[in-house]
Design a protein around this ligand. Structure first.
Ligand SMILES: [Zn+2]
Length: 67
């Protein structure tokens, strides 16, 4: 009987862990693609936007659900 409870607790903890990971992934946003996510300019490093203006433009659009 206690094995069932242990299994249920382990499953609940596992699912809670997945939800936390998912929330973190969403907060971090998309991965760098080699191009500015806002204007498409080629970036030769791991950045996602060429400058702060592009990042804030993109975040504003993303917050409204357009990106
Ligand atoms: Zn840009």
């Amino acid at each position: 009987m206690s094995d069932l409870v242990d299994n249920a607790n382990a499953t609940a903890e596992y699912l809670a862990g997945l939800a936390v990971k998912d929330a973190r992934a969403k907060k971090q946003g998309p991965k760098p693609t080699g191009h500015c996510l806002n204007c498409g300019e080629t970036l030769n490093n791991a950045r996602r936007w060429c400058d702060k203006d592009c990042a804030s433009d993109w975040e504003r659009l993303n917050a409204r659900g357009f990106a």
